[in-house]
Design a protein around this ligand. Structure first.
Ligand code: COA
Length: 260
């Protein structure tokens, strides 16, 4: 499929999705959000893809937020549907994707940009990255899940401070508080993320999906994560991948998983 605001490439079971509006610091406008949804959906259905890397074009920004020029004149109803629609088609969509998404944060991740990174399953930052939720400086609050996912990742106290001060933190501080898993020099960012992806690719695809769903269940109201874990664990025994994984172990060879 042809996109105008994003780039997609696939190599060795790893897809790289690049948000490509560098002159606007990759700010998320309506079109980008729709194209990201379409691309994530297509990659989820593409059996050649096992892991997705998400990054921003250029050396300056991952994503510098939602596109402020698009909502400057919105009413409260329009603001409500902007947040609801965006959360549904992109942020929740990514969090609940069947395949792991790794955010390669290559520069500014602000507002909707940090919220998008937080919806991903794993975050790695380059050493020049800066992260924050500056919405309060605009007279708004975060609307793409930031008030929920930031405290889940870094704790309530730190999330309160980041959101209320609207400040930016550098990559090393993000690492210290658990907002990102690793910090690497910018030229090594994608290779480092590919290294994580290659480790994931070796594992059983259906089990990867079940693990994502079980971990996510811990953060969803009305879901009992322990029950979901028990049921997903049990269901794994019916998969070909389970037979292959255990046979490979007993036969002292590498497993060849098919995702069935
Ligand atoms: N929405 C729309 N456009 C944005 C944007 C956003 N969130 N962030 C950056 N841009 C645009 C700028 O308007 C500018 O466009 P122009 O060249 O047509 O004027 C371009 O990207 C480059 O940004 P600029 O501000 O000139 O770069 P800088 O290096 O001086 O500052 C930032 C970088 C990230 C500090 C600054 O762009 C910024 O504060 N952006 C907004 C962050 C924000 O509030 N995000 C939350 C939105 S809810």
């Amino acid at each position: 499929m042809d996109y105008t605001t994003i780039l997609v490439s696939v190599q060795e079971n790893i897809a790289t999705l690049t948000i490509n509006r560098p002159t606007k610091l990759n700010a998320l406008n309506k079109e980008t959000i729709t194209e990201l949804h379409d691309a994530f959906k297509a990659l989820e259905q593409n059996s050649a893809v096992r892991v997705i890397l998400l990054t921003g074009s250029g050396e300056k920004a991952f994503v510098a937020g939602a596109d402020i020029s698009e909502f400057a004149n919105f009413s409260s109803d329009e603001g409500t549907s902007l947040a609801a629609h965006g959360q549904e088609i992109l942020f929740d969509f990514v969090q609940n994707l069947k395949k792991p998404v790794i955010a390669a944060i290559n520069g500014f991740a602000l507002g909707g940009g940090l919220e998008l990174a937080m919806a991903c399953h794993i975050r790695v930052a380059s050493d020049n990255a800066k992260m924050g939720l500056p919405e309060l400086t605009l007279g708004l609050i975060p609307g793409y899940g930031g008030t929920q996912r930031l405290p889940q990742l870094v704790g309530k106290g730190r999330a309160m401070e980041m959101i209320l001060t609207a400040g930016m933190i550098p990559a090393d501080e993000a690492l210290k508080i658990g907002l990102v898993n690793h910090v690497v020099p910018q030229p090594e960012l994608l290779t480092f993320c590919e290294g994580i992806a290659l480790k994931i690719v070796k594992n059983a695809p259906l089990a990867i999906t079940k693990a994502i769903q079980s971990i996510n269940a811990n953060f969803k109201d009305g879901e009992n994560g322990f029950e979901i874990e028990i049921n997903s664990f049990g269901a794994s025994f019916d998969t070909k991948d389970f037979k292959e994984g255990t046979a490979a172990f007993l036969e002292k060879r590498k497993a060849q998983f098919t995702g069935e």
